[in-house]
Design a protein around this ligand. Structure first.
Ligand code: HEC
Ligand code: HEC
Length: 344
């Protein structure tokens, strides 16, 4: 990366003030409006119930409002950038750029993560700096390299739009404000469930859903190598923060940016691998262009670093094993998810 890291994408003071704002507005009574329809998230086999805040239970009206906001560039200063500019449905709600590009072409410093199954993440951002989808949602709107609009300005814009006022009153019984914007965006993102990849069909019993190469790759991934110690469970992550040996010197110090602890340098949230073949380039900075380069990275054992996980060791894989692993990772691509009309 040739650019510096002047600011954290979402600075702690911003997050704290947002939290304060949410707490104040959350004290207002959340009277249940009349015309709401509860939304029952269909839980796929093997998925536990997601974390769901009591003050933001899913209803179709909340999801509809969140979806409209997610795709609407009105939330950026010059009305050019929406959440979906960086989180594209066809790319499993990520993009294919090394680092994000926001308003006026301004570059961020991190690669855009997929939003598939974000409802199950215990915290957000690659260093874990945001505690909930509700708090996260306000970050990119205010961030000067992403959408660059204060929440007050965003809410004021929406209050001049009859449709938003109407939808907001129905969904949250109040006019558009930070409370509504953050919760509606969170509600929409909670329905982004990816559970229909060929790999899912295979574990549900369809033996022909995977090719023999993919089955070999899954044996390597789960049994012979240590991949699934970190990339485990239905979302292929244990959500821990790990240093996987990318660098000797980390320009982005990851978890240490938040904790300032030396032993957190170079640690990032273990990435979910769902739809991973759709979201190159890879790693927090988009520095590895292809799945081939990711496998070469793990095969080499990575760079030496005091914090590197002991699980990251040279592997001596054969060419066939490398290609089987890649085939397996490709079996996590979910066509149903990226084409789901509910999400567009
Ligand atoms: C300019 C590109 C850009 C825009 C616009 C954008 N994001 Fe993001 N998003 C990112 C990047 C980059 C990250 C990773 C940031 C980090 O880890 O520090 C991210 C992270 C996230 C995460 C955390 C995912 C995880 O796995 O931790 C969520 C949720 C999210 N964005 C939702 C949104 C929503 C909602 C909007 C619209 C209000 C939005 N984003 C707008 C680039 C963008
Ligand atoms: C010690 C825990 C750990 C082990 C073991 C591990 N990974 Fe990772 N993996 C990570 C972390 C952490 C990241 C994210 C690093 C970053 O953001 O820079 C990651 C990222 C990835 C990515 C890129 C995801 C993306 O969207 O950018 C792929 C692909 C991947 N790992 C595959 C594997 C495979 C295959 C193996 C086994 C050979 C493996 N990992 C073993 C921790 C681990």
């Amino acid at each position: 990366m040739n650019h510096e890291l002047p600011t954290m994408n979402y600075q702690l003071p911003t997050i704290i003030s947002i939290l304060a704002l949410l707490t104040i507005t959350a004290c207002r009574p959340d009277e249940s409006p009349q015309v709401q329809t509860p939304h029952n998230l269909q839980l796929p086999v093997g998925f536990p119930p997601p974390l769901m805040p009591d003050d933001n239970l899913l209803t179709n009206e909340r999801i509809e409002l969140g979806k409209k906001l997610f795709f609407d560039p009105v939330l950026s200063r010059d009305s050019t950038i929406s959440c979906a500019t960086c989180h594209l449905p066809s790319k499993a709600f990520a993009d294919n750029l090394p680092v994000s590009v926001g308003i006026h072409g301004r570059e961020g410093f991190r690669n855009v993560p997929s939003l598939a199954n974000v409802a199950w993440h215990p915290y957000f951002f690659r260093e874990g700096g945001s505690p909930s989808l509700e708090t996260q949602a306000l970050g990119p709107i205010a961030d000067e390299v992403e959408m660059d609009l204060t929440i007050a300005e965003a809410a004021a814009r929406l209050r001049t739009d009859d449709e938003y006022v109407e939808m907001s009153k129905i969904a949250y019984d109040r006019e558009p404000n930070a409370y509504v914007i953050s919760r509606a965006l969170a509600a929409f993102q909670r329905i982004l469930v990816s559970s229909d990849a060929p790999y899912d069909e295979y574990i549900r019993g369809n033996q022909s859903a995977l090719t023999p190469e993919q089955i070999n790759g899954s044996n390597l991934f789960f049994n012979e190598l240590q991949c699934a110690t970190c990339h485990t469970g239905f979302n292929f992550t244990n959500y821990n923060f790990e240093n996987n040996g990318l660098y000797e010197n980390y320009e982005d110090e990851g978890r240490a940016r938040l904790t300032t602890q030396t032993n957190d340098i170079g640690k990032f949230k273990v990435a979910s691998l769902r739809n991973v073949a759709l979201t190159p380039p890879y790693m927090h900075d988009g520095s590895l262009p292809t799945l081939e380069s990711v496998i070469e990275h793990y095969n080499s054992g990575g760079s030496s670093h005091a914090n590197k996980s002991l699980l990251i060791q040279a592997l001596n894989l054969t060419a066939q094993q490398k290609s089987d692993l890649i085939s397996f990772l490709e079996s996590l691509s979910d066509e149903t998810f990226i084409n789901n009309p509910e999400y567009q």
